[in-house]
Structures are given as structure tokens and as C-alpha cells.
Design a protein around this ligand. Structure first.
Ligand code: EPU
Length: 428
């Protein structure tokens, strides 16, 4: 396990290139299973979640060929299994998408339940509701979710909560089902549109992705395609917040500015100067951030996956800000780490009251999950002196070459291996 050692207190400046979107990649890779020809996926982020998914796809029997660091060719035709067991799913956060993809491919899926960052309970009842509406029988036994159907048939399904995962899983299962499937109260995130575009490029007939009603007319088969994944909205947002939080001036390139609207709006409210270009945004901040209130919501609201990062910026704002978490039950576990760095934050259920302090002070902290880890890096860059961020494993799940990208912006950050107690004794 590694840690990041950061010598903070310097304003970031320069240009950062954003990688492909994690949450699109982890849906599109399982979706390849639905094709009856090889597919080439471009602009894949080099992150551990992608590596884990590719391993699982290989173990199912598919042929995976790496073309270059961000492109793979996958031939799903030799797949001979519908099982993702516990061992295979270990550390894999998007394992649930194999349920929809395998069900769509062979009317049968047996998948260990998904893990994921710990934000409280992470139910999949809406996924199951969708599979059942399509005609599948779903049981959970011996720690596995087992779904099977004689044939999947188009249906209408209303999601009781707006769920990214359920919307994606139902799309995957419905794309080859007979007839029309309508998902109402669907999630509208950019990665849902990307998945629909990918499936349509294979011959699927999906309309309405990006709105809250998605219509899927089932097709007999899906052919191969070459597809490039959209840029990562959250990676871009993380660098935007880091630029503002360090009083920097950074050009964030390879982004779709439309996907960043809510993040731009809040950063402008916090006093940043933002210039939008066709495929880039420039974030410049002078002086102390202003207080502002943020409430996370499904897209197009402010993304929950940007909540720890913006809260970290607001920790040094002039005044008191309120951050309300509108998606997850328990996404403030990182606050304790920030308090250790001098932040004044009080959490009451799904709300955090942040009284801005002049500056954060360095301290040893740890990433408690992926986005919390990104927030700890930002905090380390803000605080003058040495901050160590442990548990890089969480951050590596979703950020490509994070230390190198920050170094290019002038940050002093390096990855250092943490030796186990046994290794330390040996070296002593
Ligand atoms: N929910 C249910 N029942 C379900 C599914 C979800 O009640 O069957 C609830 C959840 O408990 C939560 C809300 O609905 O309160 C939203 O959950 P959603 O299903 O949208 O989340 P997810 O699909 O598990 C994805 C992202 C998360 C991101 C959320 C919300 C992926 C792989 N993960 O998770 O991303 O926080 O949507 O936008 O796409 C991250 O990238 O750091 C991350 C955690």
C-alpha cells in the first residue's frame, strides 16, 4: 500500500489533460458482452477499476487485447460462463453491471453482490425490480445474486429512486429483450448517455438517454463497434476545485464543459473566474474563496462525487457554508480527517456546517474512499508543509496518474511505498 507525500501551500498552474470517464468505462466494458463481434474501446482511463473489470471479462472467456494504454479490443464471442464469483468480484465496484449484461447476453447471470465505497447501505432493489419486470426470476442465495429468464420481454419500469446503477443495468438487460422497454424516472448522468451512444453504435435502439424517460426497443443482435469514452466529469471537477482551492490558474483540457455546469456555477459563486472553451475550462482564483451552500443531487444537480472536494475548498472560505448530501446516507466520513487539519466542520446527519478558517495545517490523513481521497490530496495541496495521505488504493480506483498530473501543475507530490510492519522489522 502506498501513500502520497505532499509539500503543500503552492498555487497550481499549467494545463492538465482529463482522462476517459470511470463511470462510463465501468458500464461500457460489461456492455461489450452483449455484442456478437469484437469491439474496440478507446479513451479508457488507466485506473484500477478498469483493470479489475478487464480481468473479470477475461475470466468469463472473452479475448482482451490491449492496443495501447487507453485502447482495448475485446472479443466476447468465446464467453462460456455467466458467473462472477466472490473472488472475481473482490475489489470490483461495478460488478453489478455484469448482472444486466450477462442476463441480456444469455438470459442467466450469477454475480456476487457489488461492493463499493462505504457511504451507508448500497441497495440494488431497483435493479432487481427492473430485471423482474423484464421477466427474470431473481434470487439471492449463498451470497450470490442469481437472475434467470426463459426470455426477456420489454416492460415499463418506474424507478422509485433515481439510480444510475439501476438505469444502466435495466438498459443492459433490455437492449436485446423482445419489444419496448420504458424506464421512467431514469438517471440522466453523462455516463448514461455515453452508454446509450455506445449501445446504439452497436445497433441498439435506445431513445431518450439524458432525459428521465428512456425508451429501448429490443433488437435481435448487436454488432461490433469502435467507441471512444467521454472525458471524466468528476476528474475534471476535482482538478477545477484543486486549482481554485490553491489560488491557482489552471487550464483543464479534454472536457465537455456542458457536463461541468453545476461545478462551474458553484466555483463562480465561491469567487473563481472561469473561462469556457470548446473542450477546455480555465479556472483562476485570487484571494480567499467566498462561502456558498451546496446540495448534491442526481444530474444535472451538483454531483455527490464532487461533495468532499468542494467541502474541502469551503473549509477555507470567508464565512459559513452549508453542504447537504442529497444522494448518499453517509458521505461525510472524511470530515474527521479535515478537522485534523484544522477545519471547522460540524456534521448533522446529511448536512455539514463549514465555518471557514484562514488556512488548513498539514497532518497525516487517510483516504476513506475514492472521492474523499481526492479531497485529502486537495487539502494537502492547500496546507503549507508536509501532508501524508494514506490508502492510495482508493484513489487509484478512479484517478489516472494523479501524482504525475498534479506534478505537471507545479505541485510537490510523490507516491511513497508504505512498508508493512514485517518489512520494516526486516529493514531495521
Ligand atoms: N438506491 C436504492 N436502490 C437501488 C439503487 C440505488 O435505493 O436499487 C439509492 C442509493 O442508496 C442512493 C441512490 O439511490 O441513495 C443513488 O444510487 P445510485 O444507484 O445512483 O448509485 P450507484 O449506481 O451505486 C453511481 C456511481 C457513484 C455515484 C452514484 C451517484 C458508478 C460506478 N458509481 O453509483 O460513483 O456516487 O452513482 O451519482 O457509476 C464514485 O465514482 O466515486 C462513485 C461512488
Amino acid at each position: 500500500m502506498d501513500k502520497f507525500v505532499i509539500n503543500g501551500g503552492k498555487a497550481l498552474s499549467g494545463t492538465v489533460h482529463i482522462s476517459g470517464a470511470k463511470n462510463a468505462a465501468v458500464a461500457i466494458l460489461p456492455a461489450v458482452l452483449l455484442a456478437n463481434e469484437p469491439c474496440t474501446i478507446e479513451n479508457l482511463p488507466e485506473i484500477s477499476d478498469v483493470a479489475t473489470l478487464l480481468r473479470a471479462i477475461k475470466q468469463l472467456g472473452a479475448e482482451v487485447r490491449s492496443i495501447n494504454k487507453s485502447t482495448v479490443e475485446i472479443d466476447p464471442t468465446p464467453i462460456n460462463s455467466f458467473v462472477i464469483d466472490k473472488k472475481m468480484a473482490e475489489g470490483m465496484r461495478a460488478s453489478s453491471y455484469f448482472l444486466g449484461a450477462l442476463l441480456g447476453r444469455c438470459n442467466r447471470a450469477r454475480v456476487a453482490p457489488p461492493g463499493g465505497c462505504d457511504f451507508g447501505v448500497r441497495p440494488i432493489d431497483q435493479h432487481i425490480k427492473g430485471f423482474e419486470a423484464l421477466g427474470a426470476k431473481v434470487i439471492i442465495e449463498n451470497g450470490m445474486v442469481d437472475a434467470r429468464a426463459a426470455a426477456l420481454r420489454g416492460c415499463s419500469v418506474y424507478l422509485d429512486v433515481v439510480s444510475v446503477g439501476a438505469t444502466i443495468n435495466i438498459m443492459l438487460a433490455a437492449v436485446k429483450a423482445r419489444g419496448l422497454t420504458v424506464i421512467e424516472n431514469a438517471a440522466r448522468e453523462p455516463h448514461i448517455v455515453d452508454l446509450a451512444n455506445f449501445l446504439n453504435s452497436m445497433g441498439a435502439n435506445i431513445m431518450g438517454a439524458g432525459t428521465n424517460v428512456i425508451k429501448i426497443r429490443g433488437v435481435e443482435c448487436l454488432h461490433g463497434t469502435t467507441y471512444s469514452i467521454i472525458p471524466d466529469q468528476i476528474e475534471a471537477g476535482t482538478y477545477m476545485v484543486a486549482a481554485a482551492a490553491t489560488g491557482g490558474d489552471v487550464l483543464i483540457e479534454n472536457v465537455i464543459p456542458k457536463h461541468l455546469e453545476s461545478i462551474i456555477a458553484k466555483l463562480v459563486e465561491a469567487g473563481a473566474e472561469i473561462t469556457e472553451y470548446d473542450e477546455a475550462v480555465r479556472v483562476k482564483m485570487t484571494g480567499r474563496p467566498k462561502k456558498c451552500n451546496v446540495k448534491t443531487m442526481p444530474h444535472p444537480g451538483f454531483p455527490t462525487d464532487m461533495q468532499p472536494q468542494i467541502a474541502t475548498l469551503l473549509a477555507i472560505a470567508d464565512g459559513t457554508s452549508i453542504v447537504t448530501e442529497g444522494v448518499w446516507d453517509n458521505r461525510f466520513r472524511y470530515v474527521e480527517q479535515l478537522i485534523g487539519m484544522g477545519a471547522k466542520i460540524q456534521v448533522d446527519g446529511k448536512m455539514a456546517v463549514i465555518t471557514g478558517v484562514e488556512k488548513l495545517t498539514p497532518a497525516p490523513v487517510k483516504a476513506v474512499d475514492l472521492r474523499a481521497g481526492a479531497a485529502m490530496i486537495i487539502a494537502g495541496l492547500m496546507a503549507e508543509g508536509i501532508t501524508e495521505v494514506e490508502n492510495t488504493i482508493y484513489i487509484d480506483r478512479g484517478y489516472e496518474n494523479v501524482a504525475e498530473k498534479f506534478q505537471k501543475l507545479g505541485a510537490e507530490i510523490k507516491r511513497v511505498p508504505v512498508l508493512s510492519k514485517e518489512a520494516n522489522l526486516k529493514n531495521a
